[in-house]
Design a protein around this ligand. Structure first.
Ligand code: GLN
Length: 495
């Protein structure tokens, strides 16, 4: 091991257990990397180095006795959408700018229970609404990757852009993300890392700030699938505090990684061959097909006939839920307040000053589709389409075990290439939204670089609660791709 930053979460776990390195050493190195690099990347909204150093000392004491949980001493980052007791939690919004929760989300409590050490709260699109991480009230995040031929700042994707950038740059060994319509998978693809959106209900939503409650799902982001498997095992599980969390035992996910794909049926959905799909994305998809075939999988064409209605239905259903969820930010109970002459004026002034443009746009659209007269025409229809999308997947899984598709229709684009028309940005979610609407699990693995040296991801979509098959097939792709490239900005590279 030439540098401490060559470690994966799994290899660091072994090095800690065999006392080749100490938790203090590991945590200090990462805190130092954040100080060196994050002024530019802006992947953290809040850093917690003092708490992390204390936790590292405690971890070393446990490790010295051969004790400590499965993540003991491992430095990670937390998307700033998870409530963390005593640590500011903003959702990257001004309206929650000073919110310090008196409670801990279940997912972060699970990670803590197992000994993970948080280095702080990671940047995101405001309230997880976006695909660029440029809607954050705390400034955009820079993707640590650069194109070979230019110095332009690239977007890390979103909404979990801070998580993806921090993991890719080696500032943390892993991170939490949330995915409502692609927010784990798309930034993972844009930053050349791995991310899993588990089945809806696999991880508790308790203490995760809600965007669209029937779609929101937490999941891990890390540099390898094994690292994701380790994190997911800790994050997942039934939680009586979330009525949509599902009471099923959590498998030992790591064990599924080596299963292989011999005899596995892999579906290629023809509707994902959309018009205008860049040749490079098409090529990497074909490459993925070949890799799975070479490993013994049986690849077949399938149809998911309602795919084209996925995006429009998502942008109705998700926004309807968002408008209702965000009604609580009124300046009275928590967050920033702007006073007014009356209660109504206080609400108006607080919400006008507290929410950014994208969030306001979504509240307006969401309120519109729920309003009387439009409810049946839009919201109810979107719900019906959602059922059809789900049936497409259930039907497909009668013949195939897993579905392979690109994660996104493009690689990371430059900050100043972000389309001014929001609908153009929404189109980037075309391949991720259907699995979210259906509630089925999906992951993204880095598969290669485009012609300009920017990572591209492949997506696998699985059956309900069959994250294990995803991990098995994903690890075949991971091995075949042997993606060892590193971004330009990385903790292991001295400036
Ligand atoms: N990009 C999608 C959106 O803007 C998905 C966001 C998410 O998954 N949180 O809604």
């Amino acid at each position: 091991m030439s540098s401490i930053f060559d470690h994966t979460l799994a290899s660091a776990r072994e090095a800690l257990r065999s006392r080749k390195i100490s938790a203090v050493e590991l945590v200090d190195a990462h805190i130092d990397a954040i100080e060196r690099l994050d002024g530019g990347l802006n992947s953290f909204i809040t850093r917690t180095p003092e708490q992390a150093r204390l936790a590292a000392k405690e971890a070393d004491a446990l490790l010295a006795k051969g004790e400590g949980g499965s993540l003991c001493g491992l430095p990670i980052g937390i998307k700033d959408l998870f409530a963390t007791e005593g640590v500011r939690t903003t959702a990257a919004s001004k309206i929650l700018g000073n919110f310090v929760p008196p409670y801990e989300s279940t997912v972060t409590a699970n990670l803590k229970r197992d000994g993970a050490i948080s280095l702080g709260k990671l940047n995101l699109d405001e309230f997880a609404m976006g695909s660029t991480n440029l809607t954050s009230a705390f400034g955009g995040v820079e993707n640590p990757w650069k194109r070979r031929d230019s110095d332009a700042k690239l977007v890390p994707g979103g909404s979990s852009g801070g998580s993806a950038a921090a993991v890719a740059a080696g500032l943390v060994l892993g991170a939490t993300g949330t995915d409502t319509g692609g927010s784990i998978r798309q930034p993972a693809a844009f930053c050349g890392i791995t991310g899993i959106k588990p089945t809806y209900g696999r991880c508790s939503r308790f203490g995760t700030i809600a965007f669209a409650s029937s779609l929101d799902q937490a999941g891990p982001m890390a540099r390898t699938l094994q690292d994701c498997a380790i994190l997911l095992e800790s994050m997942a599980g039934f939680d009586p505090k979330d009525s949509t969390s599902v009471n099923r035992p959590v498998p030992h996910y790591e064990a599924a990684l080596g299963r292989g794909v011999k005899g596995l049926k892999v579906g290629i959905p023809k509707e994902y061959r959309i018009d205008g799909l860049p040749a490079e994305i098409e090529a990497i998809w074909q490459q993925g097909i070949n890799w799975l075939k070479e490993a013994g999988a049986d690849v077949v064409d399938i149809s998911l006939p309602h795919t084209k209605y996925g995006l429009p239905a998502y942008y109705i259903a998700a926004l309807a839920e968002a408008s209702s969820n965000l009604a609580r930010y009124d300046g009275v109970r928590f967050g920033e307040r702007v006073s007014g002459a009356s209660l109504d004026a206080l609400y108006e002034a607080t919400r006008a000053a507290g929410f950014g443009d994208e969030v306001k746009r979504r509240i307006l659209l969401g309120t519109y589709v729920l309003s009387s007269g439009y409810y049946d025409a839009y919201y109810l229809r979107a719900q019906k389409v959602r059922t059809l999308l789900q049936r497409d997947f259930l039907k497909a899984y009668e013949t195939v075990d897993v579905i392979l598709a690109p994660t996104a229709p493009s690689g990371a684009f430059a900050w100043d290439e972000k389309p001014t028309d929001p609908v153009q940005v929404y189109l980037n979610d075309v391949f991720t939204v259907p699995a979210s609407m259906a509630g089925v699990p999906a992951l993204s693995v880095p598969a290669g670089l485009d012609g300009r040296g920017v990572p591209l991801g492949l997506q696998l979509i699985g059956r309900f609660f069959d994250e294990e098959t995803l991990l098995a097939a994903g690890s075949v792709l991971e091995r075949a791709a042997s993606f060892t490239h590193r971004p330009t900005i990385h903790a292991g590279v001295s400036a």
